[in-house]
Design a protein around this ligand. Structure first.
Ligand SMILES: *[C@@H]1O[C@H](CO)[C@@H](O)[C@H](O)[C@H]1NC(C)=O
Length: 287
């Protein structure tokens, strides 16, 4: 008896809820978003979804475990939304709602249908972009290759408004690995550093090529960054001197050609001037 009444109550409750929800979502027949994806690199984060809206628009809401729902891209006809500035705590877990909306005079109410995104933790999931190489040099006096790495920047800012790098966010959780190989072979070796400087022992008289990758030690997935550009050292800088030598020769040649051309032009001008003067003077002489 008791359970029956409970069941009845539940049924009534359910029907009331359904009826209550019906006007906006069912009557308007709005499509809800599918395939919601977080697309994030160096903490710049864009939500993407489908399908293109036809007779409606989307509004995005984002909240973390420690923050309230915040709106972005209100009444957008697009299927993506840059939500970077709503994810202000990199370690928080965020969810997004993609609400299918029709622009009305009142505020958006909860009656519009929406889909919920998968969770997103920027600290664990944002892709780390290519590290930069500030400089590198092969020192022949002690046979070392020295590489200085630049941290990629994020959209997060310090109170003084300068941009934070991934180092400012990951701190000791960040490592850089330099993968290097002799230009004459393919056997790859690697060396890892906690800082942004690496000094590698190399064989005498060899040229080396290398690229750099960052690793986030605490991550289980997406641990490695994108690979930096590859660079190669030249053999004891001889190629460099050679190019400078050629450049100087070409420059000298060009200057000589210009001087000759100028002097020829000036000579011709002078001649022409003289002839003209001579012509001008002739009639006077005649009178
Ligand atoms: C801003 O503040 C950060 C941390 O306090 C500091 O590392 C950085 O050098 C400052 N930038 C400027 C331009 O003052």
């Amino acid at each position: 008896m008791c359970s029956l009444s409970l069941l009845l109550q539940a049924a009534v409750c359910f029907s009331v809820l359904c009826w209550h929800r019906a006007p906006a979502s069912d009557n308007l027949n709005l499509t809800t978003a599918v395939n919601i994806k977080w697309s994030s690199i160096n903490f710049k984060t864009i939500l993407e979804w489908q399908p293109e809206p036809t007779n409606y628009s989307y509004t995005v809401e984002v909240s973390g475990k420690k923050s309230d729902w915040k709106k972005k891209c209100i009444y957008t006809m697009s299927t993506e939304c840059d939500v970077t500035d709503l994810l202000d705590n990199p370690k928080d877990t965020y969810h997004a709602r993609i609400i299918s909306t029709i622009q009305v005079n009142d505020d958006i109410t909860e009656e519009f249908p929406f889909s919920v995104s998968p969770p997103f933790v920027p600290y664990e999931e944002t892709i780390i972009g290519k590290p930069g190489i500030e400089q590198y040099k092969l020192y022949t006096e002690n046979d070392t290759l020295q590489v200085t790495i630049v941290d990629p920047l994020t959209p997060y800012r310090f109170p003084n408004n300068s941009l934070q790098s991934i180092r400012d966010i990951f701190k000791d959780d960040l490592r850089y690995t330099v993968y290097f190989w002799k230009a004459s072979s393919t056997g790859k070796k690697s060396a890892t550093t906690q800082s942004n400087e690496l000094v590698i022992r190399v064989d005498k008289g060899e040229s080396y090529c290398f690229y750099v990758q960052a690793t986030i030690m605490s991550r289980k997935l997406n641990r490695e960054s994108q690979e930096s550009e590859a660079h190669c050292t030249t053999n004891e800088g001889r190629e460099y001197d050679y190019t400078v030598f050629i450049a100087v020769i070409i420059a000298v040649f060009v200057i000589i050609v210009i001087i000759i051309a100028l002097s020829v032009m000036l000579c011709k001008r002078k001649k022409a001037n003289k002839e003209e003067k001579a012509k001008e003077n002739m009639p006077l002489n005649d009178v």
